[in-house]
Design a protein around this ligand. Sequence first.
Ligand code: CU
Ligand code: ZN
Length: 197
Amino acid sequence: MLSILFILLVVSISSYGYSSPYPLYACASVHLDSSSTKIGTLYFIQISAKSPVIIRGILTGLVPNQTYHGFHVHESRVDDNKPNCTAAGAHFNPFNRTHGALVSPKKQRHVGDLGNVYADHDGNARILIEDKIIQLGKGSRSIIDRTIIIHKDIDDLGMGGHSDSSTTGHAGARLGCGRIRMRPWMTLRDVLETFLS
Ligand SMILES: [Cu+2]
Ligand SMILES: [Zn+2]
C-alpha cells in the first residue's frame, strides 16, 4: 500500500514542470439509478500512456451477500446528480466487438468490459481493478466523460447462453452509475481514500 503511495508521489513530483500530461486522474461519484443517494466514489489513475488504468474505491449499500455484480463502462455520460443510468447507453464498444471478460485471451471484449465486482456480507464492494485496455488519455479507448455502471446481477462474461450474453453479459438492471470525470490532480484526501481505505 505505502509503496504504491510512494511511487505515486514520486511520479507526481517528477512529472511536475514537464509537458507530459501524465499521470492522469479521474473520478466518478456513483449514485443509485435515478436517485440522489450516493453509494461511493471511484478513483481512476494512469501513470503513463503505456501503464494500466487502476480503479480503486468502495461502493456501499449493496444487497449483502449478493456476491457478484457486473461492472462496465458504458458509452454516454450521465448527469452528476440523480443520474438516469439508462441514459448511459450500451457498453463502451468503439471496435465493435462482442461482450467478454476483463481478461480475455483473444481480446474479445468491449473496451468497457470490466467483469464483476464482489459485494461482501455487509453489502460493500471493495474495488481494485487494473486494466490496460481502457485509457484516461485522449483517443478511441478513453473512458473520460463516459459512465461506470454497477449492475444488479452477475456478468456471465459472454458465456451464459442467454440471448443478451454476447451484448451485456446478462447482468440485469442498472443498480447505480456515475459519470467518469477527469481531475486535474489528486487531493491528499483522494490519495488516502484510494490507497489506504
Ligand atoms: Cu453494464
Ligand atoms: Zn460488454
